[in-house]
Design a protein. Structure first.
Length: 74
């Protein structure tokens, strides 16, 4: 059986990842990664919007990635 570390919900503007209770520091690592990428390579990854705890579970909210046309695959 495949177990996941988080649940994803999305709307037109954002993606919300709710991590399992007491499942390690995945939310902290995701937030740190998104924050560093936003600071040093803007546009490469979703923009971090919120890092919080809801109902005892860590939550990371980020912008929804925009579809871009990158040309052809070679």
């Amino acid at each position: 059986m495949l177990a996941t570390t988080h649940h994803i919900a999305q709307d037109m503007e954002s993606v919300t990842k709710t991590f399992r209770l007491r499942h390690g520091d995945e939310a902290d690592r995701e937030w740190a990664t998104l924050t560093l990428l936003d600071r040093h390579a803007p546009g490469l990854a979703p923009v971090p919007l919120e890092c919080s705890v809801r109902h005892g579970a860590p939550v990371v909210v980020m912008s929804r990635p925009r579809a871009t046309r990158s040309g052809t695959c070679r």
